[in-house]
Design a protein around this ligand. Sequence first.
Ligand SMILES: [Zn+2]
Length: 307
Amino acid sequence: MVSRLIILIMVWALTLGGVVHAAPETLEVSEIAPGVFVYIGQTALMTAGNDGAIANVGFIIGDDAVAVVDTGGSVREGRALLAAIRARTDKPIRYVINTHAHPDHVFGNAAFQADGTSFVGAKNLPRALAVRGPHYIEAFRRLMGPELIDEVRLIAPSILVEDRMSLDLGGRSLTLKAWSTAHSDCDLTVSDDRSRTLFAGDLVFLRHIPVMDGSLRGWIGDLGGLAAIGADRVVPGHGPVSPWPLALSDERRYLDTLAHDISGLIKAGKPISEAAGAAQSERGKWELFDDYNARNATAAFSELEWE
Ligand SMILES: [Zn+2]
């Protein structure tokens, strides 16, 4: 009798454990303005341990529908974002907007494939996904393991932004803008007009060193246009939600320093192998400096030596 009771308790405990485990993990989002929710990613590289949840992702709820801005670094993260949305609203997700092609922003897309959901991106995004996407999947399959990466699908946008576009969520409009090559070659920003919140994607970094995968001159050239966007706060691609346009100042200083130091090396006739020594005055001001500065500097050297 006692043993039967113990078995019953064990079965009950296992069932309960199973139920808890099977419940979808939910991203811890905060409401930074009415109807605007953000998950702040870890400042880290994508690993199996963090599910690739290193970029900021978010969603905006209008009177009729929801828009998602970036989906995270794995389908598991995408599902957790979806669970966070469903904990707050049952309105349909009309748009999934990708700010650019990098894995930490698009690998969660498959969690949002549904009738009535359109994917949206800059006009260059389909090409970037087609050219780079398979390499990203291969590389991150090795780094993060097949369990997380095999379910990733490269979902190209069906709505393309040439320059500017407005999306309607019912009583709430989003203004999208595609930028010339800067952080990457397919950067897109999203402004929520009602709350004056700018989702800048990786055109804006805070704390996390800026990562340059496009054009240094192009990025510096875009800073004026970015600063002119009428918004009260920014959700950067990486780093905390911050006042706008004050949030640009650290990034501007880093990019200017990089350009200045690299131009100096080129003028002095130094080889590209010395590029990694640039912008050392910025060390200590950024997280992940040693993971990205040398790569930024080498790319900047290749770009600027042709000027
Ligand atoms: Zn990026």
